[in-house]
Design a binder for this molecule. Sequence first.
Ligand code: C2O
Length: 501
Amino acid sequence: AATRVYNFTAEWVRANPDGLFERAVIGINGQWPIPRIEAIVGDRLIVNLNNNLGNQSTSIHFHGLFMNGTTHMDGVVGTTQCGVPPGGSFTYNFTVNQAGSYWYHSHLDGQYPDGFRGPLIVQDPESPYTNQYDEELVITLSDWYHDEMPGLIKRFLSVTNPTGAEPVPNAALMNDTQNLQIQVQPGKTYLMRFINMAAFAAQYLWIEGHTFRIVEVDGVWTEEAEADLIYVSAAQRYSVLLTAKNDTSTNFAINGAMDADLFDKFPEGLNPNVTSFLVYDPSAPLPTPSLVDEYNEFDDHLLVPYDREPLLENPDYSFKLDVKMDNLGDGVNYAFMNDITYVRPKVPSLFTVLTTGAEASNPAIYGINTNTFVLEQNQVIEIILNNHDPGKHPFHLHGHNFQCVARGEENSNDYNPENVTLPEIPMKRDTWVVRPNGHIVMRFRADNPGVWLFHCHIEWHVDSGLTVTFVEAPLELQSSLSIPANHYAACNAANAYPKFQ
Ligand code: C2O
């Protein structure tokens, strides 16, 4: 295994990815789009982050990596660290034990939609599909806003927006651009990795004249499954095998369509689509994408994980999370789980674990606003999430992936175990979509001591509080973890009370 070092200076640069509007974006080392992080399973990754933004603190979260034994490297401000202040620096240092398609992003104040998000790919020397493709392609999807996040968040969480209507993106992107041309060779097979780094919008994705063979979702190898069209929510990833035709006379459109059902109001003039092209012959014309009137998406819940891990049985700890959006009487719309809207604590929850002795097992010690659940080591955990909101939500768990043992359709209401036969080999991934007024039941084993957030990955809903904290095996953490000095330095600079030595 190798050690891979990335020296990243975060700084503002200018970009115009949709060709409609130039704005300031968060780049790295003067570049935007920001670089891809690459590793091989077993490698150590060292990311030295310098914050040269001048006006904002920052952090990096490595989305989908479990951070086994290194919860303090999870990059979540208020959970595992304080924000790295302007002028400050911070080192992330951990080993990568999972293969697949991931991404990295700032985990502070809705910052990543301003540009601070990029792909992270981990190669698997033991991949079950190694010999089945010739080349790899990485394609990021995202939505794009012309306004910067601090102003958008302020307006979103204000009395002028009592219904909590989420700002609608101005455009959709692939690889941070539009009309991308991807040259392919006849007869070759490609592993295409699709990564949705959006703040808000899921994309329906399909390639005209071609069928996908899904082989990975969210870092989980799957048994091969054919799909004409996939639905990729914010934060989800899909790897598909795609074999190029032998006929090179025609080029084909790669279509991404933002899921407009997510938007309270469809803005006039918005193009919700992004088109790229599979180019067989650069001298042949590029096609006009054809319109579809129905999206028949592949149901990810039907996938089978390649390792065929059976259902985690007999949960030791099962609890409900009821999702709703409401007003707190101040005229602002917030998001709630079990009537609590998450507020980020000044002292990271992990520091509370490490400094409170036996009390660390008491959820109250973390403050009511962190919505903390304490999990015991190796328990089988079951989350029954009932969505009392007419929106879809992509729920993400840090530190784990989780099995989906039941998922209701739109308007299926609360979970009722009597109506359900549980699957023998459920699919698992790290981001699952719950349907409007539907439910989803998820299980995982608490085998990774740490402090892990569970939240909707729509950035607006993070900002309005749709987050809970899982403190997993706190006493175990107290005896196994020691935190490097620059964690304390970041908190001291942020004036998080008390001062840490
Ligand atoms: Cu992509 Cu809380 O993470």
